[in-house]
Design a protein around this ligand. Structure first.
Ligand code: SF4
Ligand code: SF4
Length: 461
């Protein structure tokens, strides 16, 4: 056995004495999540460090091996302070994917970041409040959605942006995303909610010769961005699923918590997770599956919730959560349907596709390219495996903006070299970065799927 392979054939009997080996407790017992076995699986290959986009452009960032297993061992010692560099990790989770030994790196980072913010960060600092406001985007978006036109003008008004950068540290380099005049949930309610979805799904089943009462039910986790900003993504999700005969419900929900994990706001994230798990667990018990159109939302429900929180029903929700196109690929003959379809109009274009880091973590990085490769009337090209660099709130911080753009440079170059001049991705903040770095319009794969499979999509309410 090489000295880099973990030992698996441990013999508890001491060879010299014949006595059973008694392990020594180096660290005191704890009721918290114990990640020590994960830390001990690290054999220092540094694959995580070489995959880290922040370490690649920022020489001061010590990288995931230090942030994860090394710091975890240190922080179990009484009185050890978390290194503040943990706030420079963007939570892209690429290191999880890179580790050949299954070390739970992002779980370690999230836990350490939560402790750092809770115990070491000043609660009166500008950084703390800036991070809190950014990670509670849902609250700002809710308020802005009450006066969307006014919000769209004032939030991008030059002097206001300058002031926000100087006083709060929110970069003035980026444009705030536009708020929709009608939120997804308002549209959903006006359309008739779950009852109308059931009626439409059943009509589609009858039209396609399927069992009218088939058990096809999904609970849509639309997240904040599809609700307040890109509502067309949420509408496309509903119409595509109904076309396949699925009854959709849109249960009560809060933010998935993704921006809160990245900012160490674990108490906020837990409050939101409790609502989401409670809503989704009830529906899963009734036979629904949970579907998210944002890959960071599905990542949170599937992986981060059970890694970080102990909430009733969390494992059930995690095991029954899927990304929206992934679910249809599993349950329908989506590829064959797309192969027979053709698109025209404003989506008959060449797309430069970027797979978000959180899609990679779920093994979904190739699905859009494989699905749309044979679609008549449109083309799609993968722009490579680099990180977009924005990582949710990360690229919105004034002191992280340059790092974020340096990480994104490879993706911008590949987009410029691709045939298409329209971008495509599943992640709303990757979309912001793609647009910011290239000036391209960015679309979600669900919009192309809707155009390909749903008759007259925009003539429906
Ligand atoms: S989560 Fe991303 S930024 Fe953070 S240490 Fe891992 S690879 Fe680096
Ligand atoms: S990739 Fe895994 S095993 Fe290798 S150094 Fe990083 S944490 Fe350790």
């Amino acid at each position: 056995m090489s000295d880099t392979e973990p030992q698996t054939d441990f013999d508890p009997i001491e060879p010299n004495t014949g006595r059973e080996f008694e392990p020594v407790d180096v660290f005191p017992a704890t009721e918290e999540f114990d990640l020590r076995p994960g830390a001990d699986s690290c054999f220092k290959c540094s694959a995580c460090d070489t995959s880290c986009p922040v370490a690649e452009v920022d020489d001061d960032f010590p990288g995931p091996k230090f942030q994860g297993p090394e710091q975890w061992r240190l922080k179990r010692r009484e009185g050890h302070e978390i290194d503040d560099s943990v706030m420079s990790c963007s939570n892209c989770m690429r290191c999880d994917d890179a580790c050949p030994s299954g070390v739970p790196l992002s779980q370690m980072h999230n836990t350490a970041r939560g402790e750092y913010v809770e115990e070491q960060m000043s609660k009166t600092s500008v950084e703390y409040w800036r991070n809190r406001v950014l990670s509670n985007y849902r609250t700002s978006a809710f308020l802005a959605s009450k006066v969307p036109r006014l919000a769209n003008v004032t939030m991008n008004f030059g002097p206001a942006r300058w002031l926000m950068e100087k006083t709060m540290g929110v970069t003035a380099e980026r444009e705030f995303p536009a708020f929709a005049s009608t939120t997804f949930r308002e549209w959903w309610a006006e359309r008739g909610g779950a009852d109308e979805s059931r009626r439409r799904a059943r009509a589609h089943r009858e039209r396609r010769g399927l069992d009218r009462d088939a058990d096809k039910r999904v609970a849509y986790f639309h997240g904040c961005y599809s609700n307040y900003n890109t509502t067309e993504v949420g509408k496309a999700m509903v119409r595509v699923y109904e076309r396949y005969g699925y009854e959709v419900v849109a249960p009560e929900q809060k933010c998935s918590g993704t921006p809160m994990f990245a900012n160490g706001m674990l108490a906020d994230a837990r409050r939101h997770a409790e609502v989401n798990v409670s809503s989704m667990a009830d529906l899963v018990e009734q036979g629904y599956d949970a579907i998210a159109s944002c890959t960071s939302c599905s990542m949170a429900l599937r992986q981060e919730y059970p890694e970080l929180f102990d909430i009733d029903g969390i494992e059930t929700v995690a095991a029954n959560t899927f990304e929206s196109i992934e679910y249809l690929r599993i349950h329908e003959d989506l590829k064959a349907d797309v192969r027979e379809a053709r698109v025209s109009g404003d989506l008959a274009r060449e797309f430069a596709y970027h797979a978000p880091c959180h899609a990679r973590n779920q093994g979904l990085e190739r699905q859009s390219v494989e699905l749309f490769g044979d679609l008549e009337g449109a083309g799609i090209e993968d722009v490579g495996d680099s990180c977009s660099g924005i990582s949710g709130t990360y690229g919105w911080k004034e002191e992280k903006y340059e790092t974020s753009m340096a990480i994104g440079e490879e993706m911008f170059d590949h987009m410029a070299a691709a045939d298409g001049e329209v971008g495509m991705t599943e992640c709303p903040t990757c979309a912001m970065q793609m647009e910011h770095g290239t000036g391209y319009e960015i679309r979600h794969p669900l919009e192309l799927l809707e155009e390909a499979l749903v008759e007259n999509p925009r003539s429906e309410p």
